[in-house]
Design a binder for this molecule. Structure first.
Ligand SMILES: C[C@H](O)[C@H](O)[C@@H](O)C(=O)CO
Ligand SMILES: [Mn+2]
Length: 418
């Protein structure tokens, strides 16, 4: 890349008292939790595989998806080599490795994730975890922790407890606490005649799950709300209000998925409110297109706004950033690279703004200058700084990463069996 251009660009930012070096130093330590499920369309590796359920859907049939844990890890390694920074990998329970034996979800144990931990250690990665309360015969009617049948509820409670133990194991082994996030699909397609009973049952189930004493140094718990899903259009038990209250009362983290709100409602506008009342909160950054479609995140207004809210509120270590998108119509390694690079890019963009000055303008009621500067900064030479950051971090600059993906696709992904 042209270093002369970089030096010129740097000066433009320095004029505002912005230090590129400081921004880079801060950014390189911000981990993004990369969801493993983009690599295999949320199929997982259970011996008795079920169709994807839970009101979520992956569309597309781009060839070369990972069909084994080894392939998935190789694909993740490839993606990580294209993304600047040291990140985390987010696993679901369906990614257990059980040696060809059927192990039902409520019987899963840390030992079923030994290979993942070994791999994470080798690559210096943290791991996060999610119980899988879908794609299972006991979730066929879309109800799990709120099911009217006590046996079914108990089964899922046991699964969540085991999952928290797995998270604890990750945290202990890797020296960085895992985030174990509970998301359930439970809800109704049509207008319920009773909204309260399922919510009371959800509280009861969660209380049982969190009653199990798990060391917080190793495992943190979060709960993820949703507005609607396929087949739960009219009512979702675990709504935003429900979990926000539950998390507050029980010192759990609230996880906000950017695809889980009304179409014009934005998570960027929620972060400051949450930060007033919570030490930590968690995100699933996704891109809803007309519904919770989980498109790959792009460098759009909302992603930049999320980055700005995290940075300008000095919350880089208080907002645990995770990703949640899945697209099977494009190369899956490219999907990770595009989305995760964009997430990091949005943080860098935010780190290069004169937030104190812009805040001061607002306090003074100088909205003209506030708007003028915010607009002008959009066309500052940010691209060159981003390229330089990638070079500095030892990952491909600009679109050159695509060549790596094309080679990998040709030499590895397209040679796979299915
Ligand atoms: C697979 C994920 O856990 C799932 O997408 C969940 O986080 C979600 O967002 C459901 O809509
Ligand atoms: Mn999510």
């Amino acid at each position: 890349m042209n270093h002369e251009y970089f030096e010129q660009a740097k000066k433009q930012y320095e004029k505002w008292g912005i230090s590129i070096e400081e921004a880079f130093e801060k950014l390189k330590n911000v981990p993004i939790s990369i969801h493993c499920w983009q690599g295999d369309d949320i199929a997982g590796f259970e011996t008795e595989q079920q169709e994807l359920s839970g009101g979520i859907d992956v569309t597309g049939n781009y060839p070369g998806k990972a069909t084994s844990p080894e392939e998935l890890r190789n694909d993740l390694e490839k993606a990580l080599s294209l993304i600047p920074g040291n990140h985390r990998i987010n696993l679901h329970a369906i990614y257990a490795e059980t040696d060809g034996q059927w192990v039902d979800r409520d019987k899963l144990e840390p030992k079923h994730f030994e290979y993942w931990v070994k791999w994470a250690k080798k690559h210096g990665l943290g791991l996060d975890f999610n119980p899988t309360l879908f794609s299972h015969p006991k979730a066929d009617d879309g109800l799990t922790l709120t099911h009217p049948d006590q046996d079914i509820r108990d089964f899922w409670v046991r699964h969540c407890i085991q999952s928290r133990k797995i998270g604890e194991y990750f945290g202990r082994e890797l020296g960085t606490p895992a985030l174990t996030n509970i998301w359930i699909p439970d809800g109704y397609k049509d207008i319920p005649s009773d909204r309260l009973t399922p919510r009371k049952r959800l509280k009861e189930s969660l209380d049982k799950i969190f009653d199990e004493n798990i060391a917080e140094t190793y495992n943190r718990d979060s709960v993820e709300s949703k507005l609607f899903g396929i087949g739960s259009e009219a009512y979702v038990v675990g709504s935003h209000e429900f979990y926000m209250q539950y998390a507050q009362q029980n010192q759990k983290l609230c996880l906000l998925d950017t695809g889980h709100y009304h179409p014009t409602e934005v998570v960027s506008n929620k972060l400051s409110s949450m930060l007033v009342f919570n030490d930590l909160l968690a995100l699933h950054v996704s891109r809803p297109v007309r519904w919770d479609s989980d498109h790959v995140i792009i460098f759009d207004d909302e992603l930049r706004e999320i980055g700005m809210e995290i940075v300008r509120n000095d919350a880089l270590d208080r907002v645990l950033i995770g990703l949640d998108f899945f697209d099977a119509s494009i190369n899956r390694v490219a999907a990770w690279a595009i989305g995760t690079r964009n997430m990091v890019k949005s943080l860098l963009y935010a780190l290069l703004l004169p937030h104190n000055y812009l805040k001061q303008l607002q306090e003074e009621g100088n909205f003209t200058e506030r708007l003028a500067l915010m607009e002008e900064f959009k066309t500052y030479p940010f691209g060159i700084i981003w390229d330089y950051y990638c070079e500095w971090m030892g990952v491909p600059v600009g679109e050159s990463w695509l060549t790596d993906v094309k080679d990998y696709e040709k030499n590895v992904q397209l040679k796979r069996e299915s």
